[in-house]
Write a protein of this length. Sequence first.
Length: 84
Amino acid sequence: MKCNDFLKELTDYLEGTADAQIRIELEEHLHWCHDCEVVMNTTKKTIEIYRDNQVYELPDTLRSKLHAAIMTKCRHSKPPNKTS
C-alpha cells in the first residue's frame, strides 16, 4: 500500500468501517511509514477534540499574534485570476 492509498482509506479506518483486509494493509503500512502514522494520529486527535467540543482559550498575546499573521497573509495573497 502506498501513502496515497492509505490516505484514501483513512476515514474508514478511523471510523472502524474499513473491511478486514484493508485494515490489515493499513496497519502494515503504519508499521513502516512514519509520515502516515503522524497524519493518522493528528487526524485522530483533531476528531477527538472536535467531538469533545473543548474550547481552548488562547492568551491575549498569542491571539493577537495569530490574528496579525492571518491578516498579513490575507493582505498579501493574490486574488484568483478571472477569465472572461
